[in-house]
Design a binder for this molecule. Structure first.
Ligand SMILES: [Zn+2]
Length: 83
């Protein structure tokens, strides 16, 4: 096997590993609230939910978002062909 073949095989393995990790761990801690899901105001004692993650403290990873978009697109194509 030549160098290009090894390189391509490595790329495929990395892509598969990333896809697998996105399937197993679709969420990562929210970047703006660091996984807490809410902010506490220093002046008032109000707690407000993080707007980015809606208070869950987790956001979808980029790979999972791409997967969801692909599923949605495939479903739309199938629906347009079906009827
Ligand atoms: Zn958040």
């Amino acid at each position: 096997m030549n160098t290009l073949g090894v390189f391509l095989l490595l790329m495929i393995l990395v892509a598969l590993g990333y896809a697998w990790s996105c399937a197993v761990y679709p969420y990562r801690p929210c970047r703006s609230c660091r996984g807490v899901g809410q902010f506490r105001s220093p002046f008032l004692r109000a707690i407000r939910l993080c707007r980015r993650c809606g208070g869950t403290g987790r956001t979808l990873r980029a790979g999972r978002r791409a997967y969801n978009a692909a599923v949605r697109a495939r479903r739309a194509i199938r629906r347009s062909q079906g009827r």
